[in-house]
Design a protein around this ligand. Structure first.
Ligand code: COA
Length: 477
């Protein structure tokens, strides 16, 4: 009896000691974590850079986007590691799958280059069973991204109130053509946004009509803005615990990119825009910012000049900037050393009215060499300039391949194709650039692994018709 009592005492003592050690260990761990970080962040990872997962691992996106603006945003998030589940209409999918097709029966480059690294599920969002699946997806995803025409999401029953009630943490991110106002109900495509955002009126040559630019600043530009909005909303959710709506209007996105022209509009009230070549040519300014051809938008005058071979090669040109700090070097290289001290040329102000003549002289010089030789020569003297690269040259440029900006991926029905990888490089998160999914390629996998449906339930869902295209109506005889 006494022996047993002694043993019990020993055990109790040992347990007490153990738990005391535990308490000490836990509290000291917390203390040292606090000491190390001070802001509740985990300790810095010991894993080598690039081996600690991807930036957006664990983030799940319900991707209701189509065409270009929305898909640009979600593709970027997928490259950064998010699990992007693209919901597409059964039988049809994103309309771009079939637009501008180059290979018969294969998804177009239009689609494949905007939907890489995503998973595709087909759901008829207007079918009752489809609604049920979508509600389940809303519960498990962090962000819903859409760029339907105004009102389309509501017509599917996916109002903000419904989504927020179903998952208060969900962020609902939308691209629309216009923000609230007279045009809010309008459908909008790229060039409409370029026109409404102030870009077209300020692009092109003064004597010609407004011009749209090839860079998709309305679609892709707004998609990029949306990605930033989503990231900010996610960061705020860490504090508030709740989601919010993120809206990017294409008109706003274009205007944001064209803000230097709104700057110039206000400067007009105080006199002519002296850095525009129209000033040097003595052409009076009107009431609005004019088109400025290839004038530079900043304080250092620039223009496009011809290089050797321009007669046959439409891209044998160089953009040349007469940056003030290297004016002396420019004069020496082009063979006009006297311009360094001649009061007619020596200061930026004196040069402004003569820009046309100065660029004509520079062009005389650049026409003696090809654009790459010119680039090499001027860069030796720290003179800013850039060759006009064709898309062919860009596709073949090895340095863009080695940085992952241009990536070749393999596709089961169209074979190899080039896509633009992640232009944003993260040192600890290598980009995950994979081919685009086939229509509905991941339907079963998502139903099973993400939503937890059993095989029998999946069969029932399939039988309901929620995942397939409605049967084609018989034509009347
Ligand atoms: N199941 C069932 N129906 C679906 C569906 C699915 N999985 N996915 C889409 N639909 C339906 C929508 O509910 C909508 O139906 P409704 O109008 O009867 O309610 C319909 O498909 C078409 O959607 P919508 O967005 O109007 O497509 P559209 O081809 O007519 O217009 C745009 C295309 C781009 C002009 C328009 O979506 C738009 O203005 N978007 C906002 C701005 C934008 O992003 N523009 C740039 C695009 S790159």
């Amino acid at each position: 009896m006494a022996k047993r009592k002694k043993a019990k005492k020993r055990r109790t003592k040992a347990t007490a000691k153990k738990s005391a050690r535990k308490v000490v260990r836990l509290s000291s761990a917390r203390k040292s974590a606090k000491k190390a970080n001070g802001n509740g962040l985990p300790r810095p990872s010991n894993k080598p850079y690039g081996m600690a997962g991807r930036a957006l691992d664990g983030l799940r996106i319900l991707d209701f986007t189509h065409v270009q603006s929305g898909p640009t945003c979600t593709q970027l998030l997928a490259y950064m590691g998010a699990d992007v589940i693209k919901v597409e209409r059964p039988g049809a999918g994103d309309i771009t799958r079939g637009q501008l097709r180059d290979v018969p029966n294969a998804d177009s480059l239009y689609f494949t280059m905007l939907n890489g690294s995503k998973r595709s599920i087909t759901i008829d969002s207007k079918h009752p069973k489809g609604t049920e699946i979508l509600n389940r997806l809303i519960k498990t995803c962090d962000v819903l991204v859409e760029n339907f025409a105004p009102g389309a999401l509501d017509r599917m029953g996916l109002t903000w109130e419904h989504i927020h009630k179903t998952n208060p943490r969900m962020i609902v991110a939308s691209v629309k053509g216009f923000g609230p106002g007279p045009y809010e109900d309008c459908k909008v495509y790229e060039n409409v946004a370029q026109c409404a955002g102030g870009s077209a009126s300020t692009t092109g040559f003064r004597e010609g009509p407004p011009l749209v630019t090839g860079a998709q600043i309305g679609d892709s530009g707004t998609g990029l803005h949306l990605a930033l909005g989503i990231m900010s909303a996610l960061y705020q959710r860490n504090r508030t615990g709740r989601g919010q709506k993120v809206l990017c209007a294409m008109q706003d996105g274009v205007l944001n990119l064209a803000r230097v022209k709104l700057r110039d509009q206000q400067r007009l009230a105080h006199g002519p825009l002296t850095e525009y070549s129209q000033y040097g040519e003595g052409v009076p300014f009107g009431i609005a910012v004019p088109r400025a051809g290839n004038d530079s938008g900043g304080g250092q005058p620039g223009w496009i000049v011809k290089c050797k071979g321009w007669e046959n090669d439409p891209d044998a040109y160089l953009y040349f900037i007469t940056q003030a700090p290297v004016w002396g070097a420019i004069c020496d290289v082009i063979g006009e050393p006297s311009w360094k001290t001649d009061p007619e040329y020596a200061t930026p102000k004196a040069r402004l009215p003569k820009l046309k003549q100065i660029f004509a002289r520079i062009e005389q010089f650049t026409m003696t060499m090809d654009k790459f030789e010119a680039m090499d020569l001027f860069n030796k003297h720290d003179i800013p300039c850039g060759p006009i690269l064709s898309m062919k040259e860009i596709a073949e440029e090895q340095s863009l391949r080695s940085t992952g900006t241009v990536v070749e991926v393999d596709h089961p029905t169209r074979g190899k194709y080039l896509t633009v990888g992640n232009p944003i490089k993260l040192s600890d998160s290598p980009a995950d650039v994979r081919r685009s999914p086939l229509l509905g390629e991941h339907t079963d996998e998502i139903l099973k692994d993400v939503l937890g449906f059993k095989a029998a339930e999946i069969a029932e869902i399939k039988n309901s018709g929620a995942l397939s295209a409605p049967p084609k109506k018989e034509k009347a005889a």
